[in-house]
Design a protein around this ligand. Structure first.
Ligand code: UD1
Ligand code: UDP
Length: 372
């Protein structure tokens, strides 16, 4: 029996770890699973744990209003110390590139516990884009002992950085497993207001999410102004915008977009509802990492509101287009998708390069075959 400790802090980590945790929990004879929530996110993390019926064994509850990167790092490192000492796990699993990810790996290293990193090897090779994720994931790779890379490209990046090839396993991205789990459930409860928007006849839903730190200020204002122009230009468009809880996002978005009859600002949706609305959308605009990976499985074109991406596979496949942060460029790209049906169809029929829904099986089997 080996003891595996999962550390997660934010919405995307929980979504992407959930299928691995659940799969391991199916093997109680082989694994003792512990889930540690740093709660770098609070409500947004709880929404995910609830959907996947997971309960944290320990909850550090570190989130504070407008927390700084140092606040998170210090609180996670301190909080994990006593738990790792008490539980003495055989392996610590971290996922992705948040500050919880990096700090969790560092805490494991300080206790000489081997680290497995899910979604290893994503890179832009620009330290400030995305910030601080590029450095979080690079440092996590330095600390990790097993690297579960989602794609061959990610594996190549790790090899270039000197990681031993026999420590890297290409699995696909676990987010596709989560997406399929949720799609299978088919019982989606959306709030009434949103249901009314979706029920409007002959309308195209444009779904938007944006939360990256490097987009705060002018870039986010450009995004909002582009959204206004799109809504004004196309009167069959309904914009649905679940606004991230980060106050740096909310203040700008609510100031600029409130009170437009076809722009609907709502709170972050639980994962099930969000997948449902992705499925009902015509176009998705986002600076999120996870959404870039999921949307192609639903045949939805994604316009990425960033200058660079660590996920070039989608761009290469043609399911995702990097449109940057210039207002007119965003508007023109949306217009092209709305007007040119042939172009739209060519994008929406491409297969997803990020996974087949079996990444968590591969991760759990690897741990069973190689470690136990
Ligand atoms: C974090 C991650 C980012 C990830 C994103 C996913 C870091 C530094 N950033 O960014 O990599 O892409 O999560 O969403 O690790 N807040 C709430 N309730 C919540 C969540 C956040 O009120 O449930 C507010 C709090 O005021 C908090 C602030 O948002 O201080 C920022 O949260 P934080 O986790 O520091 O950064 P994110 O921008 O969410
Ligand atoms: N998501 C969600 N509710 C929302 C918006 C997004 O459940 O209102 C999901 C989305 O499907 C994806 C994940 O959250 O799986 C992405 O999280 P986020 O954009 O916060 O982080 P990133 O992927 O950029 O790190």
């Amino acid at each position: 029996m080996i003891k595996i400790m999962f550390i997660c802090g934010t919405r995307p980590e929980a979504i992407k770890m959930a299928p691995v945790i659940k799969k391991m929990m199916d093997h109680t004879d082989e694994f003792k699973v512990l889930l540690i929530a740093t709660a770098q996110h609070r409500e947004m993390l709880d929404q995910v744990l609830e959907i996947f019926e997971l309960k944290a064994d320990y909850d550090l509850n570190i989130m504070t209003y407008k927390q700084s990167l140092s606040d998170i790092t210090i609180a996670v490192l301190r909080g994990l110390e006593r738990i790792i000492e008490k539980e003495s796990p055989d392996y610590i699993f971290v996922q992705g590139d948040t500050t919880t990810t990096f700090t969790g790996a560092l805490a494991a290293f300080y206790h000489k516990i081997p680290v497995a990193h899910i979604e290893a090897g994503l890179r832009t090779y620009d330290n400030y884009q995305p910030f601080p994720e590029e450095i979080n994931r690079t440092l996590t790779s330095v600390l990790a002992d097993i690297h579960f890379a989602p794609t061959e490209w990610a594996k190549k990046n790790l090899i270039k950085e000197g990681i031993q090839e026999d420590k890297i396993f290409v699995t696909g991205n676990t987010v596709i497993d989560s997406l399929f789990m949720v799609l299978k459930k088919r019982k989606t409860i959306l709030n009434r207001k949103l249901q009314d928007v979706l029920n409007k006849e002959n309308s195209n839903i444009i779904l938007i999410t944006a939360h990256r730190r490097e987009n705060f200020g002018e870039p986010l204002k450009n995004i909002c102004n582009a959204v206004i122009e799109i809504a004004n230009k196309f009167n069959n468009v309904q914009v649905v915008y679940p606004v991230h809880r980060n106050p740096n996002v909310r203040n700008t978005v609510f100031n600029l977009l409130e009170n437009h009859s076809r722009i609907h600002l709502i709170d972050p949706l639980d994962y099930e509802s969000f997948v449902h609305i992705m499925n009902r959308s015509y176009i998705i605009l986002t600076d999120s990492g996870g959404v870039q990976e999921e949307a192609p499985s639903l045949g939805k074109p994604v316009l990425v509101l960033r200058n660079t991406t660590e996920r070039p596979e989608g761009v290469k496949a043609g399911t995702v287009k990097l449109v940057g942060l210039d207002k007119d460029t965003i508007v023109n790209n949306v217009a092209k998708l709305l007007i040119n049906k042939k172009y739209y169809n060519s994008i929406s029929q491409i297969t997803n390069p990020y996974g087949d829904g079996k990444a968590s099986d591969r991760i759990v089997n690897h741990i069973k075959n190689v470690i136990i």
